[in-house]
Design a protein around this ligand. Sequence first.
Ligand code: ADP
Ligand code: ZN
Length: 214
Amino acid sequence: MILIFLGPPGSGKGTQAKRLIKEMSIPQLSTGDMLRAGIAAGTELGMKAKAFMDKGDLVPDSVVIGLIQERIGASDCKPGFILDGFPRTIPQAEALDRMLSGLGRSVDRVVEFKIDDQELVSRLSGRRTCPKCSAMYHVVTQKPAKDGVCDQCGTQGLIQRTDDQPKVIQDRLAVYHKQTAPLVGFYTQQKKLRSINALDAPEKVTDALKKALK
Ligand code: ADP
Ligand code: ZN
């Protein structure tokens, strides 16, 4: 099953993808995680991407399309995969369709995570991330068991992403509405879109998600 999770930053795409991949035994392909890994490793691509990401802008289509193209050919993607944070523009969606049809495959379903901007701002500004395994926490609603320590991998020093600062959050939301929201129409036309309420508690969202995938 090839799935796309579509939704604004902070809508819970990554959290839900992490829950679902365990049950479905398929990988989560997050372009944001791939780009941050590139930055951490100091690759040329990472350095190029960092300037865009720090401002809340999208990284150029050609960069992320290249990353995804390389990734979906890997053997662990044979049973399917969840795309989290890709595609984010119409040209990316068109490139994805071309890549997949070249492999004799196609997108099975697109789930739209619906939520209002106000909630996103509070979610993102309180978000903390593990620099090692990218597990996510929130200073109020989802604290780790031990202050500042990742529950998943024990890494000390959870960080606030540079792009989770209030000023950048506003820019990312504007970018979402302008460049990514048009994908709702794109996938509605393909009759692949299902929308779920992403404001609910994570467990409830998981239930809604599973229904949307049936
Ligand atoms: P979020 O969904 O919380 O914004 P991501 O980790 O998905 O977080 O993305 C972080 C940043 O990485 C984006 O603001 C953007 O700069 C870059 N990025 C990730 N995926 C893409 C993409 N498909 N196209 C362009 N830029 C991307
Ligand atoms: Zn961790």
